[in-house]
Design a protein around this ligand. Structure first.
Ligand code: 25A
Ligand code: L14
Length: 339
């Protein structure tokens, strides 16, 4: 009989945790025991997994006994405190937060881009930022073919990136506005319904000349994942009133020419990428059609004549899947394949 792995999900009741559970099932991950962990608020709650009811337990330092793989998605401070406990218990941690991503001995992995980095882990493997994952998934084959010198990206990010409470805020605020009722915001600093916010808050900090944390993450993580610190990246990250699915306008400047046709061919041959590029017939990726899908979608591929070897692209993916839960489960699968 093939080996089964005990899996813990930290933050199981959250927007990402729920997708981790369904992704383990959908991909027929070789799980044995599945342990659902969350805060004391959720302890005792029953969640359906693979046709069985599992009881959510409160996350504690000794929660990881007998666990092989721990998937974390309960925020950076929880990971900082509890990931070392999981490692001490003998588990390998796949961490979905920004807590360890830029640390030297923590691999930052997108399995289609840098699977070889996984084997360098010392107990923790980091899952990159959602906007970065879908961008590098598309940029890697173009970089290999023509060496990317510079990237200018603008994101259009769904509210689910900010968790379950943000999903509820967009729904309730939209309803309140349509019914001309009062609404008391709890998550976003301004109205998000019928509006957009050019700031993705994360731990409330702004680094490096007023770039937001999300923008800085895209700029730094791209270099680490692609293993090339010479790529220049500048980003503007915007929250839009979409529930699920991040979109990105990406402009790249290459060292060598790649024609639009060749870019389409390279991308169509890339695992888990779908090219949807036929503007005359209204075919292009949109967030509503990527919900629940595992792939990264790309379209609107155009030559940019304003620089020597420029291309414009439009990239869309489900931020809770490729951007979070799916990428984490794929990392766990690679880990097993390499062990
Ligand atoms: O710190 P970061 O990295 O910046 O991340 C911040 C947030 O971003 C989400 C995630 O939110 C995280 O909290 N996130 C992280 N990485 C992400 C990624 N890659 C990401 N989002 C997208 N992509 P979330 O809402 O999706 O998930 C939160 C989960 O974390 C659990 N949690 C929180 N504090 C915890 C904890 N688990 C253990 N110990 C702690 N101290 C959280 O579980 C959830 O699973 P929960 O038990 O707190 O509650 C979930 C249920 O309870 C309700 N609820 C929430 N707050 C309250 C509440 N009910 C009453 N009062 C409250 N104050 C929720 O409705 C939910 O049903
Ligand atoms: O760094 O709020 O993984 O949309 C993912 C969700 C950053 C914030 C991360 C959001 C977070 C992002």
């Amino acid at each position: 009989m093939s080996k089964k792995y005990s899996v813990a999900i930290v933050g199981a009741t959250g927007a990402v945790g729920q997708e981790m559970m369904s992704t383990l099932e959908r991909r027929k991950f070789p799980y044995g025991e599945v342990r659902l962990l969350a805060s004391a608020r959720s302890a005792g709650k029953k969640l359906l997994f693979a046709g069985r009811e599992l009881v959510v337990e409160e996350l504690k330092e000794n929660s990881f006994e007998g666990i092989d793989i721990a998937l974390f998605s309960a925020g950076g401070s929880i990971s900082k405190k509890f990931a070392p406990c999981a490692v001490k218990s003998g588990a390998v941690v796949v961490d979905n937060t920004s807590a360890f991503r830029m640390e030297n001995d923590v691999p930052l992995v997108v399995p289609e881009v840098n699977p070889h980095d996984i084997c360098k882990h010392k107990g923790i493997i980091a899952n990159p930022n959602c906007s970065t994952i879908q961008m590098v998934h598309i940029l890697k084959p173009l970089h290999d073919a023509g060496k990317i010198k510079r990237v200018v990206v603008s994101t259009y990010q769904a509210v689910s990136g900010a968790g379950m409470k943000a999903i509820i805020e967009l729904e309730e605020e939209t309803k309140a506005l349509l019914e001309k009722k009062e609404y008391n915001r709890k998550v976003f600093p301004h109205q998000i319904a019928f509006n957009m916010l050019p700031r993705i808050p994360q731990s409330g900090g702004i680094e490096d000349g007023k770039y937001t944390n999300e923008e800085v993450k895209m700029m730094k993580e791209t270099k680490k994942i692609m293993g090339d610190h010479s790529i220049k990246v500048t980003a503007t990250c915007v929250r839009v009133p979409v529930l699920r699915g991040h979109s990105e306008s990406v402009n790249i400047e290459l060292e060598r020419e790649i024609t639009v046709d060749d870019a389409r061919k390279l991308l169509a041959a890339t695992p888990n990428v779908v090219v949807m590029d036929d503007i005359d017939n209204e075919v292009y990726p949109m967030p509503n059609m990527c919900v629940g899908r595992f792939e990264t979608f790309v379209g609107r591929i155009r030559k940019d004549d304003t620089v020597p070897h420029g291309l414009n692209l439009w990239i869309v993916s489900d931020n809770l899947l490729k951007g979070a839960a799916l990428n984490s489960v794929q990392i766990a699968e690679e880990l097993i394949a390499k062990s």
